[in-house]
Design a protein around this ligand. Structure first.
Ligand code: PBG
Length: 324
């Protein structure tokens, strides 16, 4: 057979495959999400997320030390408060759970980049991401709370804030309040294209943050929409976002790719709880191999155009990458 083109020539062995590899994952790309609860000496596994824990601040700091030793550059913190109320008041309490956690981490491991999720759903009794009136999550009123929460996180020492509420105008409001208070150099990672997704199920168990009535469809995006994601991203960039995010990751690779082709800004993708738990469950059952499936998934997310990947697999990946 006369064949001039034989793509298999470049696949002949491991070494030549390494030479032509287009995408690789580095530990520098990873952000590790973590859950913090009130109390002492607590490390409780989340039922729906095997291998992921809720930590009290003392144990969280120990764990973050390990994360730092693995060379993972950043953690993303979620707080579960002792009390929830209508206004989510612990979210902006300077002695709230996140504020305490941030202070302790920055005292012991100052080089670790601490990102805080800025939202109200873990703190409100109704479980919605903002202030509810007449059964509707009020936009502008919520935005003023979101800005207040962000400022209180930054005052506690947060290096980056990440608003995940999906209210209109929150990036601008956060930028304004941070700048007015002298934090002009604190970046914002905006959850710009955050879809109303069923893949957040395990997270809501972890954070006990499921909405007590209705759903999040009046603020999070419709999974059917793609052009709208570009509008959301472009608004967030205009309002001052430094990094934009697409969430979830695997069912939305096309959105990541369109964002990459359209905007010149770092893109983060959130490989969310449901994506994590599905791989955990299937590998536990012996249906798939965990390590190779995770590495393939994250490679896909990077290949689609993500610069940064937020994943509950970050520690495992960091270990696998060093002993490959
Ligand atoms: C808070 C928030 C959620 C997630 C991140 N920030 C839950 C939600 O919007 O219901 C989900 C993360 C995950 O599933 O891993 N708004």
């Amino acid at each position: 057979m006369e064949l001039l083109k034989r793509p298999r020539r470049l696949r002949a062995n491991e070494v030549i495959r390494r030479m032509v590899k287009e995408t690789s994952i580095s530990v520098d790309d990873l952000i590790y999400p973590m859950f913090v609860v009130p109390g002492e000496n607590i490390k409780e596994e989340i039922d729906a997320m095997p291998g992921v824990y809720r930590y009290s601040v003392d144990n969280l700091v120990k764990e973050v030390k390990e994360v730092y030793d693995l060379r993972i550059p950043a953690v993303l913190l979620f707080g579960i408060p002792s009390n929830k109320d209508e206004l989510g008041s612990e979210a902006y309490d300077d002695d709230g759970i996140i504020q305490k956690a941030v202070k302790s981490i920055k005292e012991s491991i100052p080089q670790m980049i601490v990102i805080t999720d800025v939202c109200m759903c873990e703190y409100t009794s109704h479980g919605h991401c903002g202030i509810v009136r007449d059964g509707y999550v009020q936009n502008d009123e919520t935005v003023s709370y979101i800005a207040k929460i962000a400022l209180s996180h930054v005052k506690a020492g947060a290096d980056i804030v990440a608003p995940s509420d999906m209210m209109d105008g929150r990036v601008k409001a956060i930028r304004d309040v941070l700048d007015k208070n002298g934090y002009v150099n604190t970046p914002i990672i905006s959850y710009s294209a955050k879809y109303a997704s069923s893949f957040y199920g395990p997270f809501r168990e972890a954070a006990n943050s499921a909405p007590q009535f209705g759903d999040r469809k009046s603020y999070q995006m419709d999974p059917a929409n793609s052009n709208e994601a570009l509008r959301e991203i472009s608004l967030d960039i205009e309002e001052g976002a430094d990094i934009i995010m697409v969430k979830p990751a695997l069912p939305y690779l096309d959105i990541i790719r369109r964002a990459k082709d359209t905007f010149n800004i770092p893109i983060a993708a959130y490989n969310v709880s449901g994506e994590y738990s599905m791989i955990k469950a299937a590998s536990h059952m012996g249906y798939i191999d965990e390590k190779s499936t995770v590495l393939e998934s994250l490679t896909g997310i990077k290949r689609a155009g993500a610069d940064i990947i937020i994943t509950y697999f970050a520690k495992d990946v960091a270990k696998w990458l060093t002993i490959l």
